[in-house]
Design a binder for this molecule. Structure first.
Ligand SMILES: NC(=O)NC1NC(=O)NC1=O
Length: 174
């Protein structure tokens, strides 16, 4: 799918395809559709990034809270979005050993307790070991630093999801 094909999509079609580029936040692609025609994919990403940056602290936290835990309840109950399931699988999050899962669950809880939102990281850009290491490291951050850091990861996830849509031509639905 090239940018010309994107620009002729109705907003319903645009949402059907791009609705989950920010996990469970279809409001964001719905909002940036206003800016058509897009000159490039990079422009779509830039609008999404600007929209996120324009949100208040609670709005940004809301985006983070729409993300599932890594190897968490949604994975165990089979309710992850297709995107998320694929990303977590690629990072080895769906085949953790018992001890690894216990450690991750403990760290995820400590993180949520401290910040009030789940630990978010671009799984496709990290190995299992790197995810665990960064979770431990980021637990030490202040709340403002960590919100900023987590939102950067949301943007990386979004970047790869958009690339995947465009390269594979596969419609992307929740
Ligand atoms: N919590 C968290 O990081 N979730 C995710 N990261 C990612 O790349 N896909 C996800 O679902």
């Amino acid at each position: 799918m090239d940018i010309c094909a994107v620009n002729v999509l109705t907003y319903e079609e645009f949402l059907e395809i791009f609705g989950n580029v920010v996990e469970k936040c279809p409001l964001i692609p719905a909002a940036i559709w206003t800016h058509r025609p897009f000159s490039s994919l990079a422009e779509i990403e830039a609008h999404i990034s600007d929209f996120i940056d324009s949100l208040s602290q609670s709005g940004k936290e809301g985006i983070l809270r729409c993300h599932p835990d890594l190897a968490g309840r949604d994975h165990l109950s089979g309710t992850l979005t297709r995107d998320s399931q694929e990303e977590q699988r690629e990072a080895g999050m769906t085949t953790l050993e018992h001890a690894e899962l216990s450690r991750l669950t403990r760290l995820n809880s400590a993180y949520k307790e401290r910040f009030g939102f789940p630990f978010v990281i671009c799984a496709r850009m990290n190995s299992k070991a790197a995810i665990m290491r960064q979770l431990v490291e980021r637990l030490e951050n202040s709340r403002p630093t960590e919100t900023k850091r987590a939102i950067e990861e949301v943007k990386k996830i979004c970047h790869l999801r958009i690339r995947y849509i465009v390269l594979s031509d596969v419609p992307n639905k929740l």
